[in-house]
Structures are given as structure tokens and as C-alpha cells.
Design a protein around this ligand. Structure first.
Ligand code: GLY
Length: 377
């Protein structure tokens, strides 16, 4: 590989220092005309992505010790208190909101307020567990007629570490028991024979019976939405890291094997592995998340089993990151966004635009390659 990851890391730090200076107080989701938008207001504050800019700040603080990043991360964390005071705004994405913010802060500085926030969020998330079907309910009803009381989604695998953290912090197994019960359900009900995963599964919320799956944000029922594959890949690795249970590592490997055999020659990842050839929509968030997960997977199994056969996981991460670096990264310090071709959902009207969690996971992956990472999950 010709990429110099160290040089790329330095470019990222130079850019982000400028970006953060001119975007103080914002909670961005996307950028329009190269300027970050802001979701800090009452309508936007509960959005599931609002922790990622905070996580970016903590990664940059960890790499530079520049207090600007710490102050911005803390300001964002304080703003998220409004979500904790809005029961309807809380959903299963507490992990995405408070692991990169309050838990990251707490890991570094042990502040009581950060711990309190993270434990309140974990407790609310634990309260979403449906004991009849052993799953964590994903969303609240949106008022569009759909009953989502029995819905769980694969993305939740990335939220489980908030529960693992709460159990580790309190020395209390309750939270971990819920996380592993959900992860076991995910193995049974989401992971297909070939290692791909579905996005949404609907259970009967009273009997717990698995009713059906849905295509969700992917191309359609039975398809392989790539960000969902990435959440599963990375999420099962994290469940293995937090529990030591081999079944989670085996599942992560199964999902990873299927993912890497479908990486296109270009290294850029489509929105869905089963989408039609045209339009060839790209989702670089899936590439960034999967890359970061694969690097961790490789590091774990190399430490434990010392085998060259696993180098394919590292090589696949490098292939995707190289493609992002060369084809999809905007390092211009005057532009707020980094990745430019991210897609929230296949059937949305808009495709291939900047999304904040794409930038977060790209930076996290580069940090892993250059020894700068703050462990978030
Ligand atoms: N967790 C929602 C998404 O990945 O779009």
C-alpha cells in the first residue's frame, strides 16, 4: 500500500483544528456548501448522530492535547442533557450518543457529571429490553401508523457497549446480562447462513416470536445494507471484547468474511451489496465503520492466534481506507466535511453527501493505524 497513514493523520489534525475553531457550539450532521449544519436546537437535539462530533473532538484531543477540542466536546456533552430530559426522544441509540461523549470524558477525567449522564442513559436503554423476545426495542413509534414495539435493528450491536461499560463501572452484572441476551438474539434472528445480516427484525412484543425481517435502510427485504453489515461486524467484535465469549468472535468473523468477499475492486462500498448496478450509489460511512472494525478484529486475533491467514482483514481495511483517502476525502481546511459520499438510506431522495459519523469512523480508523486512538466503544 502506498498510503502514508502518518501523513494523513497530520493532514486531518491540521484540517480539524480549523474546522473546530470556526464551528464552536454546533452539533453537525452534514455540510451544505462545505459548511456544517447545526442540530443543537430543540427539534434536532435528539437525533441519533449527535454524539459523533463529540467523539471526533475527543479523538483529536487525545492526539493533540489541544484544549480547544476538550472544551468543544464538553460543550456538546452538556447540550445532550436536553435529550435525557425528553423521554420520547430517548431510543436505543444511547450508545451512539453517550459513549463518544460522556463515557469518553469519564474515561479520561473521571468526572461525576459525565458518569451520571452515562449511567442514566444506560439505565434508560436497559429499560427498552423486551424479556419476552430477548431484544432491545429500537425506536419509538413515529406516529405514521407503524407499530414498532417489537422492532429491533442490527445497529443496536454498536449501542451494547454502553451497557457493558455500565456493568464494568458499577460491578453489577445486570446491564451486561441484557446486552448479551440481545446479542444472542441478534445471532439467531439477524445473521443469515451466508454471514450477511438483515437490518430490522419484527418480533411479537408479547409472545417474543420472530415475525419477519425488513429491508429497512437497504435496497429491500433480504438484501445486504452495507452499513448494517458494518454495524454487525464491528458490534460483534465489541461484544467479544467485553465478554470474552467465543460465539461473538465467531459471528464477527462470519460477517467479516462475507463483507470482505464483496468489497468491489474500487474499494468504495455501495449502499447495499445487493443493489442494482445502476445507479451505483456509494456509502462511505459503511467503508469507514467496517475498516475500523476490521483493524480491531485483526489486532485481536493476531494477538491471540498469531496467524498470517488473518492478514486479509487488515488488508481489506487498508484497501477501503486507501479508496476513501484517494477518491472521497476532502482535506481542504476551509471545508468542514471530510468524507463526501455518504448515504443515509438507499431509498432516500438524497445520496452521496457528507455525514458526520463517516468522518468520525474514518478518523478513528486512521488513529488506530497511527497509535492515536482513544478507546470509545
Ligand atoms: N443507526 C442508523 C443508521 O445507521 O443509519
Amino acid at each position: 500500500m502506498g498510503n502514508n497513514w502518518e501523513e494523513i493523520a497530520k493532514k486531518i489534525i491540521a484540517k480539524e483544528t480549523k474546522v473546530v475553531e470556526r464551528n464552536r457550539g454546533k452539533i453537525p450532521y452534514t455540510a451544505k456548501d462545505h459548511v456544517f449544519d447545526d442540530w443543537s436546537d430543540r427539534e434536532g437535539i435528539c437525533w441519533w448522530t449527535n454524539g459523533f462530533y463529540g467523539g471526533t473532538m475527543w479523538q483529536l484531543y487525545n492526539a493533540t492535547k489541544n484544549d480547544l477540542f476538550k472544551e468543544c466536546a464538553e460543550e456538546l456533552e452538556n447540550k445532550l442533557d436536553a435529550v435525557l430530559m425528553d423521554y420520547d426522544g430517548m431510543d436505543h441509540d444511547s450508545g451512539f450518543r453517550w459513549l463518544p461523549t460522556a463515557v469518553a470524558n469519564y474515561r479520561l477525567f473521571k468526572g461525576k457529571e459525565s458518569k451520571n449522564r452515562a449511567l442514566l442513559a444506560a439505565t434508560n436503554m436497559a429499560g427498552r429490553f423486551n424479556i419476552n423476545g430477548n431484544f432491545i426495542r429500537a425506536w419509538n413509534d413515529w406516529g405514521d401508523g407503524r407499530d414498532t414495539k417489537g422492532w429491533a435493528i442490527i445497529d443496536c450491536m454498536m449501542n451494547l457497549p454502553l451497557l457493558y461499560w455500565a456493568s464494568e463501572e458499577l460491578g453489577d452484572p445486570r446491564f451486561k446480562a441484557i446486552a448479551t441476551a440481545h446479542a444472542d438474539t441478534a445471532i439467531k434472528s439477524f445473521v443469515r447462513e451466508d454471514g450477511s445480516v438483515c437490518h430490522i427484525v419484527g418480533f411479537d412484543p408479547t409472545s417474543g416470536e420472530r415475525l419477519r425481517d425488513y429491508g429497512g435502510q437497504g435496497y429491500g427485504d433480504g438484501s445486504s445494507w452495507t452499513r448494517g453489515q458494518s454495524w454487525a461486524l464491528y458490534g460483534f467484535i465489541l461484544s467479544y471484547m467485553h465478554t470474552g465469549e467465543k460465539k461473538y468472535l465467531e459471528t464477527a468473523l462470519k460477517v467479516a468474511d462475507r463483507f470482505i468477499e464483496r468489497i468491489p475492486e474500487s474499494g468504495l462500498i455501495p449502499v447495499d451489496f445487493d443493489q442494482p448496478a445502476e445507479p451505483a450509489y456509494i456509502d462511505s460511512t459503511a467503508a469507514a465503520i467496517a475498516s475500523s472494525g476490521l483493524i480491531t478484529l485483526y489486532n485481536i486475533i493476531c494477538d491471540e492466534q498469531h496467524s498470517d491467514e488473518y492478514s486479509k482483514y487488515f488488508a481489506s481495511a487498508e484497501k477501503m481506507l486507501s479508496a476513501l483517502d484517494e477518491l472521497d476525502c476532502d482535506y481542504d481546511p476551509e471545508h468542514d466535511e471530510m468524507l463526501t459520499r455518504c448515504t443515509a438510506a438507499y431509498h432516500d431522495k438524497e445520496h452521496e453527501f457528507p455525514i458526520i459519523y463517516g468522518d468520525y469512523y474514518y478518523i478513528e480508523a486512521i488513529w488506530k493505524l497511527t497509535g492515536r486512538e482513544l478507546f470509545i466503544w
